[in-house]
Design a protein around this ligand. Structure first.
Ligand code: FMN
Length: 166
């Protein structure tokens, strides 16, 4: 297995060290290599490094406490106007987020995916706070930084969840 897939885990405590701009760009490049329905490339990204905005994120999404230590977050949005079928918007966004998480491991960074969509109050909260255009739907926000915690890797492989059709 690709070692980055196996090593990825949600990091909820970060060092104060900022994330280098080149590394953030690598994460965004990885995101934009993700597949999208009809190749519509519906994703849009907002890189947040403002300390106050990171500290206040729990007001928009209660389970983003790790942002108080994270030096950076990437808000992944979907542009409704770029999508032929709105349902695909969220799948496109999720695939991009996963690419960010895996590339981050490769860059020596930790991440935590925090859900926004489909919770309406979170979607509206992020839209308002960051003055987003109405057609930009926040899908998830990823904390990014250098990990300040170590956790054992879990092996979740479970043969009982698989069936082979013969
Ligand atoms: C759609 C989605 C939403 C998530 N939202 C949050 C969140 O709001 N806060 C959080 O701390 N973790 C969040 N997570 C991370 C999960 O809790 C985590 O992936 C899961 O517990 C497995 O742990 P691991 O990522 O370390 O393997 C989210 C993950 C996904 C895929």
């Amino acid at each position: 297995m690709l070692k980055e897939i196996y090593q990825r885990q949600s990091i909820r405590k970060y060092k104060t060290k900022p994330v280098e701009q080149e590394k953030i760009e690598e994460l965004l490049k990885a995101a934009m290599q993700a597949p999208t329905a009809r190749n519509n490339q519906t994703w849009r990204f907002l890189v947040i490094t403002n300390r106050r905005q990171l500290d206040e994120m729990t007001e928009l999404q209660p389970y983003t406490g790790m942002m108080k230590t994270a030096p950076c977050a990437i808000l992944v949005m979907g542009d409704k106007e770029a999508s032929a079928d709105e349902g695909y918007l969220y799948l496109d966004g999720a695939a991009a987020i996963e690419n960010i998480l895996i590339e981050a491991v490769h860059q020596g960074l930790g991440t935590c995916w925090c859900g926004i969509w489909p919770k309406t109050e979170r979607v509206e909260g992020f839209q308002k706070k960051f003055s987003l255009p109405a057609e930009y739907i926040p899908i998830g926000v990823v904390a990014v930084g250098y990990a300040d915690e170590e956790k054992p890797i879990q092996n979740r492989f479970d043969v009982t969840k698989i069936q082979y059709v013969k």
